[in-house]
Write a protein that binds this ligand. Structure first.
Ligand code: SER
Length: 317
């Protein structure tokens, strides 16, 4: 195998995949980045694209062999809200997709895996604030259940077979370049588009539902950061807590009003609020900071300024 890293991003068309493949291409060369997804991208990509489901083990293996893939970023997943409506499919995709990739690493077909877990591994019995790395994890969504089982599977494959799998528990991720789908924290992206287009947004979470959140740039930096860290710096092989900021829909709306004074938020709470109710408000991530040097760059006001600036440019074009 050549020493040049060859990267496969599974779920390259999703909210995080769209931005991650671009950043990886800029860093390692677009000729070394292969994206795969069930959905073909609307516009041509600079990276190589392969249409494939993570459940199609044979095709995945063929892609891995053909491109000599060394690193896999496995982002394809059913998120919390969509998962509740498709329990069997969510379990199948979230667990068997991971198992396929872990087995490729066990068989030495690939060298390194990134697989994200989520704040959804926590539940109502977890402390609400400053949640430590090691705490009660009793999730109430199939998404959270599959992520918690996935964390154990990663740890097991690492301990038993030496698989180099690295993971972080993503909070709600927001950005301007791509749209989320099927999550409970999606409101925090939708709100910007509605604020700019209609100066009004109807929120499906309740006013004071504070959740741990993160700007896309920080999430990408963490993802590439943990994959670039030395092997022995990664001491946790389940998944690292990761934190940047936390806010409620009301906090976000107040910040948006500083840029769009006529903006109004209304509330029409749906079942997603009950999912979020079980999640923590804030997370303690000292292990990620100490072990591999994680540090976020964006607070709420910086996130809001940056998103509005970029979306205004896009809408004015
Ligand atoms: N953003 C995810 C969701 O809302 C949580 O990790 O499902």
């Amino acid at each position: 195998m050549s020493s040049q890293k060859k990267i496969l991003v599974i779920g390259s068309n999703g909210q995080i995949g769209t931005v991650l493949t671009k950043k990886l291409g800029q860093k390692f060369g677009f000729e070394n980045v292969i994206g795969s997804d069930l959905r073909i991208p609307d516009i041509p990509t600079k990276f190589i694209f392969e249409e494939c489901s993570v459940l199609n083990k044979e095709k995945l293996e063929e892609i891995i062999n053909r491109y000599n893939i060394s690193d896999v970023y496995l982002l394809a997943a059913y998120l919390s809200a969509k998962g509740e409506k498709n329990i069997d499919k969510a379990w199948d995709l979230n667990m068997n997709g991971l198992l396929h990739i872990l087995n490729f690493a066990k068989e030495k077909k690939i060298q390194k895996i990134f697989w994200p877990s989520s704040i959804a591994v926590f539940g109502p019995s977890t402390p609400k604030n400053d949640v430590p790395q090691y705490t009660i994890t009793e999730p109430t969504t199939i998404y959270g259940v599959s992520k918690l089982a996935g964390e154990s599977l990663c740890n097991y494959y690492h301990n038993k077979f030496g698989v180099d799998v690295r993971s972080i528990r993503y909070p709600g991720i927001i950005g301007w370049e791509s749209m989320p789908g099927g999550g409970t924290t999606d409101y925090a992206v939708d709100i910007f588009h509605e604020a700019l287009k209609h100066q009004e947004y109807t929120c499906f979470l309740s006013r004071d539902r504070t959740l741990p959140m993160m700007y896309m740039d920080d999430a990408i930096q963490a993802t590439i950061g943990i994959m670039g860290a030395q092997f022995d710096k990664i001491k946790i092989r389940t998944s690292y807590n990761l934190s940047s900021c936390h806010f409620s829909p009301n906090d976000l709306a107040e910040e948006i009003k500083k840029h769009i004074p006529s903006f109004k938020i209304k509330y029409k709470v749906d079942e997603r609020d009950a999912l979020a109710q079980g999640w923590p408000s804030s997370i303690n991530d000292r292990h990620a900071r100490n072990d591999w040097g994680w540090e976020p760059n964006f607070n709420l006001s910086q996130i809001v300024s940056d998103i509005i600036l970029n979306l205004r440019n896009r809408y004015n074009k």
